[in-house]
Write a protein that binds this ligand. Structure first.
Ligand code: NAP
Length: 505
């Protein structure tokens, strides 16, 4: 079940919020009486058209109620006497409530500091009060705290709500259904959360398809820090839903990748996407990597295959495929065929993860690559590494960023810096005068899809490849690795385009 907590300031607004929540797919709402200046319990019980929890959280448990304790208990008792479906009482106050009527009693404990080591002990203490529903809300300081929450849900022998609050606990809210949680909480709107880490009811239903998650749902996700703005959950969940797969894809906010992968594999998580800043360190988690990934030295995919965690880099093939298609080639060229990029003079701007994957692909394809970077030592190191990885290929050169004027000689320009990315959409790393007809210009930035660099390149008759092409292609390849099935590429592309289109408005 999905429960939407209502934090409006007046009784009327709360009732309107309850009606909206029900329309959006909430099974019940929570009236947070502590948010109301003048709570009218009778009007709420009478006026609501959806089942409700009545809660009046005191300051000491993270709520807003600062008044007299007997007044607070009186409001909850009134809700119970008037026949509310659920009343939530904190463990330390449960003795003050008389159980009457048909109302079911939720007994709750909140921890805003962290997740206690003995969470099962907390469960047992609540359970001893013989509530109808146990509720535990802790704070995830580390993503591994979610595992303790899932363990409580697995072991619980009565209806239980167990949630880890905070951004690191988002997955506990989405996976509550997988582990048999009684309900999960979701916000009516992004700015109306009643606890940190709450996703909106629209996200929970539209993006994560919460209603379809059950014990058999297979779990995937992206490992990143930060992760909140990643479009990977959007693109992969859209693909899973389109294919009618019982799979969900989550945002994992991870501080240390190897420990995280070791612990979450057993959840089990079947496949991970890996992004900033973990792509290189994640190589240590892979039990098997293909030759190309080993040589790139960074991966963006970890997938369970026959009991082994296999690492792959789909960034390189996605970028190369997109560029080769733009040049009229068949896409990614493998197995001895000559790439349409062979012999081209390619300027790669930037020298970190994305540059590494793209430059590797270009050198491997036989292009003559020059790396330009703001920090010259990084450009020099990457160029030297690529030259030694491909001793028989053309030497990889490097230059400082202020030598970009030499770009007009290039056949291919690749931007792998964030310059031009939202919100600084009026910037371009390349002067328009360097762009010319016949050149191939690839911008890894995909928000916005048409960057200033792409727009100016098109205006001057250059061929262009947008970051969206690469993003969709790397995700499509991951989907195939995750599921063994052909990806619904157009559905994936439309999902991202729709989000970017909305963001641009
Ligand atoms: P990153 O760590 O952000 O790499 C940044 C690179 O850009 C570094 O080489 C950095 O130079 C340079 N840079 C940053 N700000 C700059 C500035 N103001 N002026 C000049 N150079 C600057 O991470 P990344 O993973 O390589 O990602 C880079 C971009 O690619 C991001 O915009 C990301 O959104 C995009 N991307 C797209 C896809 C896709 O599928 N389309 C996939 C991955 C990444 P220093 O070395 O001097 O710091």
């Amino acid at each position: 079940m999905i429960c939407v907590p209502l934090t409006e300031k007046t009784t009327e607004e709360m009732l309107a919020g309850a009606a909206r929540a029900a329309k959006l797919g909430a099974d019940l709402v929570e009236f947070r009486l502590d948010y109301l200046a003048a709570p009218d319990v009778a009007q709420l019980v009478k006026g609501k058209k959806v089942a409700a929890i009545f809660t009046c959280r005191p300051k000491r448990e993270g709520g807003l109620f600062e008044g007299d304790e007997s007044r607070r208990i009186g409001l909850l008792q009134q809700a119970m006497d008037l026949g509310a479906e659920y009343v939530d009482v904190e463990l330390d106050s449960v003795a003050k409530i008389r159980r009457t009527g048909r109302a079911r009693l939720i007994v709750s404990v909140h921890d805003f500091e962290g997740t206690p080591g003995d969470l099962w002990g907390v469960y047992r203490r609540i359970s001893a009060c013989r509530p109808d529903v146990v509720k535990i809300a802790t704070t995830a300081k580390d993503i591994a705290d979610n595992l303790a929450i899932f363990e409580v849900l697995r072991r619980a022998d009565q209806p239980t709500i167990a949630i880890a609050m905070g951004e690191r606990g988002v997955i506990s809210r989405i996976l509550a259904a997988k582990f048999g949680g009684f309900l999960t909480f979701a916000a009516l709107e992004p700015e109306k959360t009643s606890a940190a880490g709450q996703v909106t009811v629209e996200e929970l239903t539209g993006l994560y398809h919460y209603g379809e998650i059950n014990g058999a749902t297979e779990v995937f996700g992206v490992i990143a820090k930060p992760v909140a703005h990643s479009m990977s959950p959007l693109i992969h969940n859209a693909a899973f839903a389109d294919c009618g797969m019982n799979r969900v894809y989550l945002p994992f906010l991870v501080d240390e990748v190897t420990e995280f992968v070791a612990r979450f594999r057993g959840l089990p998580v079947k496949g991970f996407s890996v992004t900033i800043p973990h792509k290189e360190r994640a190589m240590d988690s892979a039990e098997e990597v293909d030759e190309q990934t080993r040589r790139i030295g960074a991966l963006n995919t970890l997938v369970e295959r026959g009991g082994k965690l296999v690492g792959r880099n789909t960034d390189c093939s996605a970028a190369m495929g997109a560029m080769e298609r733009a040049l009229g080639g068949p896409g990614r060229v493998r197995g001895g065929a000559v790439s349409s990029l062979s012999g081209k003079r390619a300027a790669v701007i930037g020298a970190r993860g994305t540059a590494r994957a793209v430059a590797f692909g270009l050198v491997e394809a036989g292009a003559r690559v020059r790396i330009y970077n703001r920090t010259t030592t990084r450009a020099r190191t990457l160029a030297a590494e690529l030259s030694s990885t491909f001793p028989d290929g053309p030497r990889c050169e490097w230059s400082a960023l202020d030598e970009l004027s030499g770009l007009s000689d290039a056949d291919v320009i690749v931007n792998t810096t964030p310059v031009g990315m939202h919100p600084r959409v009026d910037e371009s790393i390349v002067l328009a005068d360097a762009l010319r007809k016949g050149m191939l210009v690839f911008d890894a930035v995909y928000n916005p899809v048409e960057t200033k660099l792409i727009r100016e390149a098109r205006e001057r008759g250059a061929l262009t490849v947008t970051g969206l092409e690469m993003f969709v292609a790397q995700a499509a390849e991951q989907f195939e690795l995750f599921t063994g099935e052909k990806p619904p590429v157009e559905v994936m592309r439309s999902a991202v385009e729709a989000r970017l289109g909305r963001a641009a408005k």
